[in-house]
Design a protein around this ligand. Structure first.
Ligand SMILES: [Zn+2]
Ligand SMILES: [Zn+2]
Length: 77
């Protein structure tokens, strides 16, 4: 069983999980430093300063280390 760590939905295959991650509402931000995905609300407290929620990762800054996967997709299509 593969579980989305963002919304806790479960999938039978890794592929199904990957497909889900592309549209997962709770995994919109991608940290380019550690490669993790997480919800926007996890990365910010005040809606202004964004930082990777992983304690051992230095990634920070929206559109810098942290990118919105929906914007990336919109830009490449
Ligand atoms: Zn999800
Ligand atoms: Zn990170």
């Amino acid at each position: 069983m593969h579980t989305c760590r963002n919304c806790n939905q479960s999938f039978r295959t890794e592929l199904a999980l990957e497909l889900h991650l592309d549209g997962c509402e709770d995994g919109q931000l991608l940290c380019q430093v550690c490669g993790d995905r997480f919800a926007e609300r996890e990365a910010t407290r005040d809606g202004w300063h964004y930082a990777c929620p992983n304690a051992d990762c230095e990634g920070e800054g929206l559109s810098e280390d942290l990118i919105d996967v929906r914007e990336v997709r919109a830009a490449t299509h």
